[in-house]
Design a protein around this ligand. Sequence first.
Ligand code: HEM
Length: 540
Amino acid sequence: MAKKTPTPTPKQIDLDKDTRSSTDQFLTTNQGVRIQDNQNTLKAGDRGPSLLEDFIFREKMFHFDHERIPERVVHARGAGAHGYFQPYQSMAAVTKAGFLADPDKQTPVFVRFSTVVGSRGSTDLARDVRGFAVKFYTDEGIFDLVGNNIPVFFIQDAMKFPDLVHSIKPEPHNEIPQATAAHNTFWDFISLMPESMHMILWAMSDRAIPRSYRMMEGFGVHTFRFVNADGKGTFVKFHWKPMLGVHAVAWDEAQKISGVDPDFHRRDLWEAIESGVFPEWELGVQLVAEEDEHNFPFDLLDPTKIIPEEMVPVQRIGKMVLNRNPDNFFAETEQVAFHPGHIVPGIDFTNDPLLQGRLFSYLDTQLSRLGSPNFHELPINRPVAPVHNNQRDGHMRHTINRGTTSYQPNSLGGGCPYQAMLSEGGFSSYPERIDAHKVRDRSASFSDHFSQASLFYHSQSPAEQQHIIDAFSFELGKVTYPHIHERMVGLLTQVDEDLARAVAANLGVAVPHEPEKPMNAGVPTDADPEKYEPKAAKPP
Ligand code: HEM
């Protein structure tokens, strides 16, 4: 059990309290000039035209005109909270990460939960994947665990992400529908992408309509790597297990709640924290020794696969408590910038081709979204660990760097930082051996798209299976192209024939005797094409 210790206040926020706004202070301009009247423009006579010289009006309107920034290209709608993480025991045997080494140590965190598809103003209860992104402000720098509430992903390679998102966002000509998967383009894409079948089963299950953010699991999805002080690597999958258990609403409830209170999840999180009922999760890890990498019937680098808990149990290694609401939604929840590439010594990447692509995407998109290469200086993004480097200037620089030089190598001093030795905690990448041809292929070990989809479906109770049938029927029922229905039913025959038959009956299409071969652009060139032939369904 975690020790009971006083709740810490994240240092990083203390530094940045807004000292300029307060109810018992004079109203001023941004230049600190006291304002007598900010309700009436300066005019020539009390009925006369407004005067251009009215700097008080122009400043007020100028700032308002620029209040909005672009929303996130995905995960636009979210809600955040502060808290802390505390490990149960030292994990030093497998990782040298300091925040996992000392059971007495609390590390501040900021968490943002989100839906993926809808825009900032969309409903919380849409059928969708939920983002579960955690920023750890560790003494050794920022570690971001940018996960979801579903343990697998739609695609195996980052190259497909723009296509996936273009298909799932509202259709481009009329921007319909907002925040739901019930449309032609999404199901067209999915029906041509058999690798999405495992994730799509989760997305059509109750997992995609959670009762509360407080009652969701979280998953790092990719296999990551722990590295200990001796440089030994261990594969790791990250899990968040909610102390309240996993709960969903029914689809009818979701639809009603969306109408009555589209802020349902946001409000639930806020009110729980305000009333002192702090949401809690245990951090779990599945650890796999490097020598066992190839001992599974799937590839550990394939993000469409889980490691079943029966094969590798989840060890619970610490607890996260969310105990403080943000002071300002925009400054914190909106401006926070998570990035799977933010790692600390003791944690490293693997060659999962989805993870590798994400490592480019986040920083890149955040430059557009936040508008300056200095967004790491925003209070919510600033590490508690000291920052010293030779990066200078750029739009909206806040740091006033001192000294006379900003380069390396450097024999003049002048204030330049020096590089840490490995023994002093400097980060060094895990020296994985790579000896390969440069190709665009995908390994044949990524080619089983159906076994775990079936595993998931068969792990569900009869009521939950019925919910999945209902969800496929509802969502596909909005699709206006019969050939998409047929292709989806064809794919479902490979997950479970009763499932396919039930969905086909609801859609009014026949279960194909010879399902069309999916046009999978990603079939590896070196794989056995027989593996991709959908098996013929039994006649109904
Ligand atoms: C947000 C890209 C896959 C979880 C984002 C954003 C981008 C992006 C561009 C917006 C970031 C921002 O504006 O700050 C990608 C790409 C992916 C991918 C290119 C695959 C190639 C995933 C996966 C997960 C995930 C597999 C879960 C494991 C999230 C979360 C957010 C997010 C939680 C929201 C973070 C927040 O709350 O600010 N992603 N993503 N993404 N992504 Fe991904």
